[in-house]
Design a protein around this ligand. Structure first.
Ligand SMILES: Nc1ncnc2c1ncn2[C@@H]1O[C@H](COP(=O)(O)OP(=O)(O)OP(=O)(O)O)[C@@H](O)[C@H]1O
Ligand SMILES: [Mg+2]
Length: 250
């Protein structure tokens, strides 16, 4: 059953301008993990912002659990492309932000935030400020914040882009662990083909505002790092890379 649906989406930022997305349809099932790949400027963030209710498409319909998306929705957790931690708030208060925007956080909320941070390997960092953390730790805080209200839909826009390869792999494992612990539908944007293949059930490639490929990932559900060095994994990465190459210069 489709949980997140994009139906015949066309979007123009400028009236009468070139559409950024063109008659695009995509269905994501409940609990499914779908990655969006594609060159810079092909419309990935635009699509994610539509799912978040931050942009209304010029034409077409976006729905979550059958309901049209018309505004930001509290069942959604989002990690934006650029770091959006508030420098003047502690790590704990950053994680509590989604709650604080609605009501005064309670002691129980603070405990929940600390427990979430501990699960992300950040115990002992609660009272620090973002500037005192490494890039990887900041990404973990942003993820902890997105998960604070136990979203049913998680939207991630290149959350690990600025990190070194090993930290990135660790965060991919963290993310998979979090997804296994609760039913979440995930739409994940990345430029990294191997990252997309490793974390996803399905990889969707966008090109010129349309879907150029929609590929199921035929790997065992339980991912482990050795997979990255095995033939099926590398074959799939190569084939996606070739599809991408078909759309112009890489
Ligand atoms: N607010 C805006 N006003 C006008 N044009 C915009 C706006 N936001 C994005 N665009 C244009 O729409 C196109 C798609 O942008 P989008 O941010 O969705 O791309 P993207 O695939 O996420 O790229 P990247 O990989 O670089 O993040 C780009 O050509 C961009 O210049
Ligand atoms: Mg983007």
């Amino acid at each position: 059953m489709s949980y997140l649906g994009f139906e015949r989406i066309t979007h123009r930022y400028i009236q009468d301008g070139q559409p950024v997305l063109q008659d695009l349809s995509l269905q994501v099932a409940e609990g499914e993990f779908v990655s969006l790949l594609g060159r810079s400027g092909c419309g990935k963030t635009t699509l994610l912002k539509m799912a978040a209710g931050l942009i209304t498409p010029t034409e077409g319909r976006v729905s979550i659990a059958g309901q049209p998306v018309t505004k930001p929705h509290e069942q959604i957790g989002m990690v934006f492309q650029s770091p959006t931690l508030l420098e003047w708030l502690t790590v704990r208060d950053n994680v509590l932000l989604p709650v604080a925007l609605q009501r005064k956080p309670t002691g129980a909320d603070r405990e929940a935030a600390d427990a979430r941070l501990a699960r992300m390997g950040l115990a002992g960092h609660e009272d620090k400020f973002p500037g005192q953390l490494s890039g990887g730790q900041q990404s973990r805080v942003a993820l902890a914040r997105a998960l604070m209200r136990e979203p049913s839909l998680l939207l991630l826009d290149e959350p690990f882009a600025a990190l070194d390869a090993l930290t990135r792999e660790e965060l991919q494992e963290d993310l998979l662990r979090l997804c296994a612990a609760q039913t979440m539908t995930v739409l994940f944007i990345t430029h990294d083909i191997a990252e997309a293949v490793y974390v996803s059930d399905r990889v969707v490639m966008l090109q010129d505002g349309r879907i150029a490929a929609d590929t199921a990932v035929p790997l065992p559900e339980q991912r482990e790092y050795k997979l990255r060095y095995e033939e099926p994994f590398n074959k799939l990465c190569l084939s996606l890379r070739q599809t991408m190459e078909g759309g112009g210069r890489v």
